[in-house]
Design a binder for this molecule. Sequence first.
Ligand code: KIV
Length: 289
Amino acid sequence: MSTFTIDTSTSRATPSPVPGKRMTAPSIRARKADGKTEQPIVMLTAYTMRMAQLLDPHCDMLLVGDSLGQVIYGLPSTIPVTMEMMCAHGAAVVRGSWHALVGVDMPFGSYEASPEQAFASASRIMKETGCAAVKLEGGQAMAATIDFLTHRGVPVIGHVGLTPQAVNVLGGYGARGREEREARTIIADAKAVSDAGAFCIVLEGVLEPIATEVARSAAAPIIGIGASAECDGQVLVTDDMLGMFERTPRFVKRYDDLAARISEAARTYAEEVRARSFPTTDQTYKPKG
Ligand code: KIV
């Protein structure tokens, strides 16, 4: 049974059975001290209130990723994702969680032009969702923006390596760091983002030895996806890890096969409706008396 209650005593959209107990950006950052992380950081994506409720007790961070473009909206990439989508789903996830820090992705085109543009977008996301951090993609080129945001009350999650919003520049979603020069750039990107003040950094789709080097060299906690077990934490797209899609990328471990289970439930329901064996007397209302 859920113990979930809405805290109506505050004006913030923070449903919480234990008010004030959410993970914070400083508490996540503090997990890594002297280059070591004793307790790895657990992060999963969430886009809806109910999924947030289910994941929250198990996670340190919930990420409202712009992967919702493909996962929820059937878009071909994250490029068309809008601020309206991120704000609506971000607010739902904040309402469905009380323990995990909720981070919301800044959509493509909402932050790259200037630090000022990034601040306007980040502050809108924080005001409209109640989230405690935003994530933005990019390395050295984004360092000044990350510095600008963190000095103005916006905790930032960095994202380097394979950066899906740059798919048209990268030419695809293949693992990064196969060439020496690219590997050096990824390591320098992580350092720049860490030095600029990101409290943690998602490192996506890079060769394992490079990911290990990034995790060892960057001061901020490195949260890997398709990276290395040496990272300070891990993140997966929840729908991938639950087996909602037939295709599983190499870096995903399937912890369930929900697509098959949902299909089977729908098939049985359809069969019973057609056979008039659903509803039974258990599911119908009887007159009183
Ligand atoms: O958008 C997303 O879900 C992400 C994760 C893959 C880290 O950025």
